[in-house]
Design a protein around this ligand. Structure first.
Ligand SMILES: [Zn+2]
Length: 260
């Protein structure tokens, strides 16, 4: 079993919920529905890189900060949609608690990534004495993705593409701020064309000289747990490895493709 490494604990709070719809768009779309969808996608993304998460949606404001504090979160992210009286606003803004340098730095990264992905107006990083920012014991931000009372932005917020973009931007921003590589860098599969493997290095060097003389000038010796492999090439696409193997065989050498 792999040892589990917890990189950080991020508390994700999609705003509103329960009987509280939050703001409601012109077609009746609920803020609470939208931000829960984004939070659920974000949750999977953060877990995929080893970040510990807790998603908590509640219509009761006072319980949210308490839940984050009790869970001992390292970071707090509240996700909302904006709404305005009168003429609908447009764009993205992100809040931190007034005077919180850590919150401000976190908000700046999140805001930049969201604006990049959502492609709407950049309303900037702001501070506000919101309860969830004030009562949380860790650096906290609250982001207003887009204006749900703006018909254009409501239509966007409803789409899986926009929800995915918002979650991806949040994941990129959170990971960038925490210094976590995102997405998880799976080592690419390499198809290595090998012309012999030897337990004695001198024998491998003799073979290396022969394959180089035959025109395979980029061949190298690669040592794998005490075995000296004459590697003619390494490719991420199998077909390319097969093409090289054919050349190696045609030149009279024995050869194989090693995967991994
Ligand atoms: Zn809200």
């Amino acid at each position: 079993m792999n040892e589990e490494i917890i990189l950080a604990k991020v508390f994700i709070n999609p705003g509103h919920g329960g009987t509280d719809p939050g703001a409601i768009g012109p077609t009746g779309y609920w803020e609470a529905t939208c931000v829960k969808a984004v939070a659920d996608i974000l949750n999977v993304k953060l877990q995929s890189v080893g970040i510990s998460t807790h998603v908590y949606q509640s219509g009761t404001l006072s319980g949210i900060a308490g839940a984050a504090n009790a869970w001992r979160a390292d970071w707090f992210v509240s996700i909302h949609c904006n709404s305005s009286a009168g003429t609908p606003g447009t764009g993205t803004e992100t809040y931190h608690y007034p005077g919180s340098a850590q919150g401000q730095a976190f908000a700046a990264v999140i805001q930049a990534e969201l604006v990049k992905k959502l492609g709407r107006a950049n309303r900037g990083v702001k501070s506000a004495n919101f309860q969830v920012l004030r009562d949380t014991a860790m650096p906290a931000i609250l982001t207003e993705l887009l204006f749900i009372n703006n018909p254009v932005e409501e239509a966007l917020l409803k789409t899986p593409a926009c929800q995915e973009n918002a979650a991806e931007a949040l994941a990129i921003g959170i990971c960038r701020h925490l210094g976590v590589t995102y997405p998880n860098p799976l080592p690419p599969t390499l198809y290595r064309v090998q012309a012999g493997a030897f337990s004695v290095r001198a024998n491998a060097e003799n073979m290396l000289a022969l394959v180089k003389a035959a025109g395979f000038t980029s061949a190298i010796i690669r040592e794998v747990s005490g075995v000296f492999c004459v590697q003619v090439g390494a490719y991420s696409i199998r077909a390319n490895a097969e093409a090289m193997l054919a050349l190696v065989l045609a030149a009279g050498f024995s050869g194989i493709i090693k995967e991994g």
